[in-house]
Design a protein around this ligand. Structure first.
Ligand code: PLP
Ligand code: COI
Length: 339
């Protein structure tokens, strides 16, 4: 029985669900893992995750499809990215098969929390790996936890397909050769203050420029940036310090193969916004959020409109969500069925 939740008005906040998956790494290997009702972790005060940020996480969603089945969107890509994050922070990798199997178990065990088809809601999965155990020196832990919880969510940026405005931050979220491309907590810790300052000024979030020259757009809060040029190309930044967004790579494919656009991963200069007729933020949580305007110092640049989504952005949104909710044909291997 679906839970008594106001599915159509879900925001992006934590709702405790019934079961989560947990697996321990000890003596050089992962155990099989189990589902548990306990949503509290009991870990050593010396855990490296607490002191030295030795942790990483992922974000992906389960979708109730029109035919009643349940879809995961490209979970293999999240598994691969988490393996890269683990490698960067000297943590043991979770094999792809174990990762996907755990995602399936968590969704199946919490099916009552999966928003019904047509409400726009989804079940957000949050896998994470943390360094635990009795430690104090700056070095990698010997013991780890891999866990996945889930929570029903709606739009991340208020309004969903309503355009949102963003402001260029004076802070960096990551260093040029740091951990920007890994999904590790440290990048998000450094984004808390800029994000808060942006919201205080009524912007949806901060935009981060490249940390080496501060001339190019890198990230839009916890999402990647894309734009449609006036000559109809899909462009998105390429940089070693941004998170390689699975949504972004999916849009690059769909823009080229479904919309017939030329696509490019390259430099997006903050002083060349006039080249674009539409812009957006993309990510698992953000889905596609149209960017109304960008404040950069004294300048405020409006793209398509501050109140309406542009036609290309809308087409991309329909294509992406259509695939995720099982309404449109998915490219091979993009959808993994839970049931
Ligand atoms: N950039 C950052 C900093 C993020 O936190 C996220 C969210 O995962 C993204 C981009 C989008 O990545 P994805 O599309 O894989 O969710
Ligand atoms: C996601 O889109 O999954 C993210 O990780 C964003 C999140 C930090 C809210």
């Amino acid at each position: 029985m679906p839970k008594d939740i106001d599915w159509k008005n879900l925001g992006f906040s934590y709702i405790k669900t019934d079961k989560r998956y947990i697996s321990y790494f000890k003596d050089g290997k992962w155990d099989e893992g189990t589902l548990t009702e306990d949503n509290v972790l009991h870990i050593s005060e010396g855990s490296t995750a607490l002191h030295y940020g030795q942790q990483c996480f992922e974000g992906l969603k389960a979708y109730r499809a029109k035919d009643g089945s349940i879809n995961l969107f490209r979970p293999d890509q999240n598994a691969l990215r988490m393996q890269k994050s683990c490698e960067r922070l000297l943590m043991p990798q979770v094999p792809t098969e174990k990762f996907i199997e755990a995602c399936k178990q968590v969704v199946a065990a919490n099916e009552d929390y999966l928003p019904p088809y047509g409400t726009g809601g989804t079940l957000y999965l949050r896998p994470f790996v943390i360094g635990v155990g009795d430690n104090v020196g700056v070095q990698a832990a010997d013991e780890y936890i891999f866990s996945i919880f889930c929570t029903p969510v709606g739009a991340y940026f208020k309004g969903g397909l309503q355009p949102a405005n963003f402001i260029v931050s004076e802070f960096d979220r990551a260093a040029p050769r740091g951990t920007g491309a890994a999904k590790v907590g440290g990048n998000y810790a450094s984004s808390l203050l800029p994000g808060k300052e942006a919201k205080k000024r009524e912007f949806a979030d901060a935009i981060y420029l490249d940390p080496a020259s501060h001339t190019k757009i890198e990230e839009v809060g916890a999402a990647n940036f894309f734009a449609i040029t006036k000559d109809d190309r899909f462009i998105t930044p390429f940089s070693p310090s941004i998170l390689p967004s699975i949504t972004k790579y999916s849009l690059l494919y769909l823009a080229e193969h479904r919309l017939g656009l030329e696509v490019e991963e390259g430099d997006v200069y903050i002083d060349q916004l006039d080249d674009f007729k539409e812009a957006g933020a993309c990510g698992t949580a953000a889905v596609i959020t149209p960017i109304g305007g960008i404040q950069n110092g004294e300048d405020f640049h409006v793209f398509y409109s501050e109140t309406e989504v542009g036609p290309v952005t809308k087409e991309l949104y329909d294509e992406l969500c259509g695939i995720q909710f099982g309404e449109r044909q998915a490219p091979e291997d993009w959808i993994v069925k839970v049931k």
